[in-house]
Design a binder for this molecule. Structure first.
Ligand code: TXA
Ligand code: MG
Length: 327
């Protein structure tokens, strides 16, 4: 199958939406990462997504809508906690997990009786999702275990030949996936940290819990994850251990260091690429930088943030990309 990258004109959005509604998955931009959308009412369509990504079938997909008003089409009940989260953060980079309605295919939710629901704020995502006219199940549009795609070209690299259309909405503004929050109980539980932080959620809901493992720091014992991984090894470092970086870099000619702007002058003489001025800028460039670096270098050293606020979310992705490696 030929894969076309389409500018998001009204006509092209309709073309991709018609394909999705009739069961053929297509990729679309959101403010977090690109998604691979499938009709959530059709078992076959969801199965094609798992197949295209090479994703284990026990990992549930998030259901997307173009408007907040449509959430009850997928959720059996909208809990008071979910109502608060929706009012404060949606549309936006957050996913709420709620009891699912019967109509959502169990292949979408991997057999769970809950469903993750997200309403992106990206204008192309909203137009596309509204044009689909059905709930759209969409994981990140990467091959399973690869860094998530933040440009149409990243999607093309991974899924070329497997899907007909990729809507090109430019580079994603947030750059890491949505915050996933279990909202079935009285206290929201962060299952995956993201741009909306635990602190943000606590302000709105009065309290917040984290599922185990989320707040681990760089120094915690490295469970060997396989997620967000480029083709070359990644090792994390922190700004307070630059002497270790210098020692490590000696004699390693294929090494690139990815860091914040303030850190770069402290690593003079080494091969350095600046990812931005802030954690937000770094997040927006992280996955693209990993994909770029693997093409030119043998090894990546990546500056890790402190594990507070938004740093928790960045660190989560980085630790997984690094498979727990750090110096
Ligand atoms: O920003 C995002 O969330 C992107 C864009 C495309 O919307 N999507 C995304 O999907 O990152 P994916 O499939 O790569 O990650 C979905 C995450 C997984 O960690 C999955 O386990 C969790 O959400 N999830 C989905 N449904 C769930 C449910 N019912 N209960 C618990 N976790 C769920
Ligand atoms: Mg993913």
């Amino acid at each position: 199958m030929e894969t076309k990258i389409l500018l998001p004109t009204e006509e092209n959005i309709r073309l991709a939406a018609e394909a999705v509604a009739s069961g053929t998955p297509c990729a679309f931009p959101t403010e977090t990462v690109y998604g691979l959308g499938a009709n959530a009412l059709m078992r076959d369509a969801a199965e094609r997504v798992f197949q295209a990504k090479g994703r284990p079938s026990d990992n549930p997909l998030i259901v997307h809508f173009g408007s907040v008003e449509d959430i009850p089409l997928a959720a059996q009940t909208v809990t008071p906690v979910a109502e608060k989260l929706i009012a404060a953060f949606m549309p936006g980079p957050i996913t709420v997990v709620l009891p699912k309605r019967e109509c959502i295919s169990s292949s979408v939710t991997a057999g769970l009786d809950t469903v993750g629901i997200r309403v992106p704020v990206h204008p192309v995502a909203q137009s596309f999702l509204r044009a689909c006219g059905v709930p759209v199940a969409a994981p990140s549009a990467n091959t399973s275990t690869r860094p998530s795609p933040t440009t149409a070209m990243h999607v093309y690299e991974d899924l070329q030949g497997k899907i007909p259309y990729i809507l090109d909405g430019g580079a994603c503004r947030v750059g890491i996936e949505s915050t996933v929050v279990l909202a079935t109980g009285e206290i929201p539980v962060v299952l995956r940290p993201g741009r909306v932080t635990g602190e943000d959620i606590a302000k709105v809901c009065g309290d917040v819990a984290f599922s185990k493992g989320i707040t681990d720091t760089v120094r915690s014992p490295g469970v060997k994850y396989k997620h967000y991984a480029p083709k070359v090894p990644v090792t994390l470092f922190q700004k307070q251990s630059l002497d270790k970086v210098r020692t490590y870099a000696q004699g390693r000619s294929g090494l690139i260091i990815l860091c914040l702007k303030d850190t770069a002058p402290l690593l003079s003489g080494l091969s350095v690429r600046i990812l931005g001025n802030s954690e937000q800028e770094l997040a927006a460039k992280l996955f693209a930088a990993l994909r770029d670096a693997e093409k030119e270098f043998d090894e990546i050293l990546l500056e890790a943030p402190e594990g507070v606020g938004f740093g928790v979310s960045l660190l989560d992705r980085m630790q997984k990309a690094a498979g727990g490696n750090h110096i």
